[in-house]
Design a protein. Structure first.
Length: 177
């Protein structure tokens, strides 16, 4: 396509932007909207937000939108405002959201709680005063009690067995003099 609008006979390609993911039938559009509102509330311009969104892989962004959508459900149920969350103790809000989701129950509860912890935690860390929300002692205590940590899988079973042995020795106190 030439500048004057005539076709030069060459092929053309079009790339779907990520902004199209927020169309009406998209069930996680609320997650993207929440992410953008968080950014705007701390003064980030729309172009900068687009750069942040495009800097992550499409798969990661899809998952982050889903996790934020779950967090948005919590915010709506408790009538929380973004400004209050970002300028307060975001780690406490995330811990409360995980506990709220636990009380709801359901077959996909654990997986949804993992998504919320991971992706809402990252977004809150990006925009709030608390730097690493997922490492907060409050969030870690909730994660441990609810069993949200994934078991690490060793590439070699002997290394895995050594890790188990080391943990047992440390717990039982056999290694102390």
């Amino acid at each position: 396509m030439l500048r004057d609008g005539t076709d030069d006979g060459g092929s053309s390609t079009s790339v779907a932007s990520r902004e199209d993911e927020s169309s009406a039938p998209d069930k996680h559009a609320g997650g993207e909207k929440l992410f953008r509102e968080m950014g705007r509330s701390v003064g980030i311009e729309d172009e900068t937000l687009n750069n942040v969104i495009q800097s992550v892989s499409g798969e990661t962004w899809r998952k982050r939108r889903a996790g934020l959508h779950l967090f948005l459900n919590y915010m709506n149920s408790k009538k929380l405002h973004i400004v209050d969350i970002l300028h307060g103790r975001s780690d406490i809000v995330l811990a409360n959201a995980l506990t709220w989701r636990e009380k709801q129950g359901g077959k996909s509860m654990l997986e949804e709680m993992r998504k919320m912890k991971t992706h809402a935690g990252v977004a809150l860390s990006m925009f709030s005063d608390v730097s690493n929300i997922n490492q907060s002692p409050v969030v870690q205590a909730i994660v441990k009690r609810l069993g949200l940590e994934r078991q690490t899988k060793s590439k070699y079973s002997s290394v895995w067995n050594l890790n188990l042995l080391t943990k047992f020795i440390m717990r039982s106190g056999l290694g102390t003099a």
